[in-house]
Design a protein around this ligand. Structure first.
Ligand SMILES: Nc1nc2c(ncn2[C@@H]2O[C@H](COP(=O)(O)OP(=O)(O)OP(=O)(O)O)[C@@H](O)[C@H]2O)c(=O)[nH]1
Ligand SMILES: [Mg+2]
Length: 361
């Protein structure tokens, strides 16, 4: 699962990518046709760190997600923009960066001044227009197809009805493609269809307002941060500096500022959640490890993440909630207090569950 780091040119995407742990790249102006750069990044989790301190395991394995550093999306139609939009459609979610610092090197449309609110709104408008183009093109194609014989007539009819309802709401009621899809979605619609349109406005977004030092309280920053359900105010340049420190220096630096972790750690966790992912843990002297599942996954699916044998021969899951273990302090104490439960196949695994799968093959 991946998140594309997107935004207008020069808003600090590459700086942020590096701050998250991605490889540094030369700071030269980039063009939309540049190759995208991908990094697999560890998801920092204080709960997993607590388990590591408890178990002192031989191996420690946090969860990971991928971030992609994409070139800036220019507001104007330029060469390579279509390719860039196509790369964006391939992403599972976005980290959208809005610029709240002055940047003389990257003026666009004559603007060097920061306007994070306009950044977010104009990007969202562009997504809606792009989605509308995809939608209307597809409907047109399906209507044309009616005149010709087809093996998949029934399926195509189904799809056309679904898309026409969406199109009508978008055209007549000014509804966003995203809202219209939500409104008309029902289980008989093939989920892979929706994936194949890859509507930009449907992708989950973590919004980052990238600020200059001391500007966190600016009215425009506050206003911009309210434009998305999940948003973080970050100074990407400082985050990049923190990321480049040696571990010991970093701890000292954070302590000086009275913070327990860099903002980039919160951003990675917010990104993980935006992808709809949850973590469960396995914990013992050999390995302390986080495993990634989708929200709503059951115990068999979780077992299958570890090994297909565990899913095939699943008997029961021993489940201890992380918070329960932590408040007990030790496994011995947790057992004495009966904090471990036995759960069956249908149990929906919760974020932070520590699992031990009983199985036989
Ligand atoms: N003041 C300030 N400057 C920043 C911040 N983040 C990035 N910059 C500066 O903005 C310039 C552009 O940063 P990049 O990270 O290359 O921006 P980008 O969005 O990747 O740019 P493109 O890929 O060309 O679209 C650099 O000079 C950075 O040092 C920030 O948080 N505060
Ligand atoms: Mg860049």
């Amino acid at each position: 699962m991946n998140l594309g780091i997107i935004g207008r040119p020069g808003c600090g995407k590459s700086t942020l990518f590096h701050a998250l742990g991605g490889p540094p790249r030369p700071k030269v102006p980039q063009t939309p046709t540049d190759e995208k750069i991908v990094a697999s990044i560890e998801v920092p989790d204080p709960r997993l760190e607590w388990l590591r301190d408890l178990e002192q395991p031989k191996k420690y394995t946090p969860a990971r997600i991928e971030f992609i550093d994409l070139p800036g999306l220019p507001p104007k139609d330029v060469r390579g923009k279509a390719e860039l939009l196509a790369s964006m459609r391939d992403c599972d979610a976005f980290v959208m960066v809005a610029r709240a610092f002055e940047n003389d090197n990257y003026p666009y449309e004559g603007e060097t001044a920061a306007n994070p609110v306009a950044d977010v709104k104009s990007l969202r408008d562009e997504f809606l227009l792009e989605d509308y183009a995809v939608l209307s093109k597809r409907v047109e194609k399906l209507r044309d197809g009616l005149k010709k014989p087809s093996k998949n007539r029934e399926k195509e009819e189904h799809e056309r009805h679904f898309l026409e309802k969406i199109l009508a709401d978008v055209e007549e009621h000014g509804m966003s493609v995203r809202d219209a899809v939500d409104k008309h979605w029902h289980p008989s619609v093939d989920a892979s269809l929706l994936r194949s349109y890859a509507f930009l406005s449907q992708k989950p977004i973590v919004l980052v307002i990238n600020i200059a030092e001391g500007r966190a309280g600016d009215a425009a920053v506050t206003e911009a941060s309210k434009l998305n359900p999940t948003s973080l105010i970050i100074n990407a340049e400082i985050e990049e500096e923190i990321a480049s420190l040696e571990a010991a220096d970093r701890t000292a630096f954070l302590k000086d500022f009275g913070i327990s972790e860099p903002a980039s750690a919160r951003l990675i966790r917010a990104s993980y959640a935006a992808l709809g992912l949850r973590a469960f843990f396995t914990s013992g002297p050999d390995e302390v490890r986080a495993w990634t599942i989708k929200g709503g996954d059951d115990a068999v699916a979780a077992a299958g993440r570890i090994h297909s044998d565990l899913a095939r021969g699943f008997i029961r899951a021993e489940v201890t909630a992380f918070d329960a273990l932590k408040s007990a302090g030790t496994w011995r104490e947790a057992k004495a207090k009966n904090l471990m439960r036995l759960e069956g196949k249908e149990y929906r695994v919760e974020d932070g569950d520590i699992l031990n799968i009983r199985f036989a093959v």
